[in-house]
Design a protein around this ligand. Structure first.
Ligand SMILES: [Fe+2]
Length: 142
């Protein structure tokens, strides 16, 4: 997993603002990975995890705003998926903290979570928005 946490161009979905957010999120996981032997309840690990949590929330909100203004058809499903992902993330962090698990397995989990989010959700969203931008249509700013 460790070598996957360095940003690579192939991770880009093609929307500059979303790629910048993904890049920052990945940098948090990389930072967390430096503490892989520490337990999840370690003070520094907890600080990074709080930022992971807040940033995931912010990031999903950003994507939902984009979906709304470009009228992405799958917006309701995506919002539900985002909500579920945040719940799973919180539960996993909480479980690992209580079980005294080290950070390593949590980074594994977060990495898989992050890459499946990019590949299963964001690539399709990006294709849709890139097309809308190139056609200069579909913008519905409230
Ligand atoms: Fe994303």
């Amino acid at each position: 997993m460790r070598d996957m946490l360095k940003w690579r161009d192939e991770y880009a979905v093609g929307l500059p603002e979303i790629d910048a957010q993904h890049r920052y999120f990945l940098s948090l996981l990389e930072e967390l990975d430096t503490l892989s032997e520490a337990v999840v309840s370690d003070r520094v690990a907890r600080q990074i995890l709080r930022e992971v949590d807040r940033y995931a929330y912010y990031h999903f909100n950003s994507e939902e705003v984009l979906m709304g203004i470009y009228r992405y058809p799958d917006v309701e499903n995506q919002k539900r998926d985002h909500f579920n992902l945040l719940q799973v993330l919180d539960k996993k962090i909480c479980d690992f903290r209580h079980q005294g698990t080290t950070v390593g397995p949590l980074v594994e989990f977060l990495g898989r979570w992050f890459f499946s989010h990019i590949n299963e959700d964001d690539r399709e969203l990006a294709r849709f928005i890139i097309r809308a931008r190139s056609e200069r249509r579909g913008v519905n700013v409230p």
